[in-house]
Ligand binder design. Structure first.
Ligand SMILES: *Cc1c(COP(=O)(O)O)cnc(C)c1O
Length: 429
């Protein structure tokens, strides 16, 4: 496989864009090598500037649950574009998508559309703080909620600690109100709620952690979290930017039958265009301007093209049988990799929830950020490059989820399993 043209473009891009990219993971720093520059996507496939074809398991990091350039979504976007791309004024499309979202997730009585997941979580925290009149929030180590200052905190692993910024440029004072607990550790949350009683506005959580690789919640974790937050009069904020409309049409909250106070959405609800949203109980949402005093605005919020792509995506998604088929495809992938690993005596763990899947090169029981941190990233890099050379575009980091879409066929999965088997053959212990 040749990446000559991509290599040239990457060098040129680096002169104009830091690292040649607009989002760090795209530069392949974790795995090394040249990132293919993409020219086109269709269904489960993407094509690069050298004419290479890949089966894509990144799928734009989640939005493309229908695969690339789904004909219905593309047609809808084309038609919408003919009518103008943005007005900075209201359109009926916002009502249509809002109705679809509130119907799918009854915990959301009202919502506000924004332009990214980062904006959704950032605004949800502002709202939670205003509603409760408190400043502190709890997040989980390894949980990613976009790059806003107060959320750029992993915290130390192990015992719950006060948050320290992960990035230069974030003043310590901005993260002093961010408390961090290990994921799946309800006792740590209880201790924080006790220690900072009366000071905590909300707990923000990815109900299924998918930004440290896939780590599902332990049985009872989310239920206990809901009970604890109710008991302490603290808002529960589900960050369903990845899981919303992915693990089920109603998101993780429908799978676990939990009603959060606020939900953050993004990715799938924009059908491949830039979107985010946050929503929840009416009494909370009515704190937002212009009804209430909490300011939050956006020039391109509720953008007609993004609304259209979201509406069409949800329409296709809501047809019966889709999620069942996606589950079958995803289970087949998990089973195939597991069988290859066993037959080759290869030590790894496959962590899957619905169509989110991570292959971890570790023996650890995976429950939180600390337990995933021990994974063998050198092995992963080797694995990643064998896949890429053989036409499989896997996420370029050990700590990311692979996304399986409804466009992935049984043949795609079969081919992927074969190539993964070949790669694992060289990673035998
Ligand atoms: C992707 C993601 C975000 C951030 O969304 P952007 O649109 O990239 O700003 C927030 N939370 C979770 C759980 C995500 O996966």
């Amino acid at each position: 496989m040749e990446l000559k043209r991509s290599q040239e473009l990457f060098e040129e891009a680096k002169r104009y864009l830091p690292g040649g990219v607009d989002s760090p993971v795209r530069a392949f720093k974790a795995v090394g090598g040249t990132p293919p520059f993409i020219t086109r996507g269709k269904g489960s496939r993407i094509f690069d500037a050298d004419g290479n074809e890949y089966i894509d398991y990144v799928c734009s990091w989640g939005p493309l649950i229908l695969g690339h350039s789904h004909p219905r979504v593309i047609d809808a976007i084309k038609q919408a574009a003919e009518n103008g791309t943005t007005f900075g004024a209201s359109t009926e499309l916002e009502i249509t998508l809002a109705k679809m979202v509130t119907t799918a997730m009854p915990s959301i009585e009202m919502l506000r559309f924004v332009s990214s997941g980062t904006e959704a979580t950032m605004s949800a925290l502002r709202l939670a703080r205003a509603f409760t009149g408190r400043d502190k929030i709890i997040k989980f180590a390894g949980g990613y909620h976009g790059h806003s200052d107060g959320l750029l905190v992993k915290g130390g692993s192990g015992l719950a600690t006060l948050g320290l910024p992960d990035s230069p440029g974030v003043p310590k004072s901005y993260t002093l109100n961010t408390l961090v607990a290990p994921y799946n550790d309800i006792e740590a949350v209880a201790q924080l709620l006790h220690k900072y009683s009366g000071e905590i506005a909300g707990v923000i959580v990815e109900p299924i952690a998918a930004n440290m690789g896939v780590i599902p919640p332990q049985p009872g974790f989310l239920e206990s979290l809901r009970q604890l937050t109710i008991d302490n009069d603290v808002l529960l904020i589900f960050d369903e930017v990845i899981t919303g409309f992915r693990v089920a049409y109603g998101g993780a909250q429908s799978v676990f039958k939990i009603t959060p106070d606020i939900t953050c959405l993004g990715k799938i609800i924009g059908g491949g265009l830039p979107v985010g949203a946050y929503g929840g109980r009416r009494d909370i949402m009515e704190m937002i301007a212009p009804v209430g005093p909490v300011y939050q605005a956006g020039t391109l919020s509720g953008n007609p093209l993004a609304m259209t792509a979201g509406i069409e995506t949800l329409k296709v998604l809501s047809q019966p049988g889709n999620y069942e088929r996606l589950e079958k495809t995803s289970a087949k992938m998990e089973k195939g990799i597991a069988e290859a690993a066993v037959s080759l005596n290869c030590r790894l763990r496959i962590s899957r929830f619905a169509s989110l899947l991570t292959v971890f090169f570790t023996d650890n029981q995976l429950v939180d950020f600390e337990s995933v941190s021990g994974a063998d990233t050198a092995k992963f890099s080797w694995f990643f490059h064998r896949l890429l050379e053989n036409g499989i575009y896997w996420p370029p980091s050990q700590y990311e989820a692979a996304f399986i879409s409804m466009a992935h066929s049984d043949e795609d999965i079969q081919k992927t399993i074969e190539i993964i088997g070949m790669a694992l053959e060289h990673l035998k212990d």
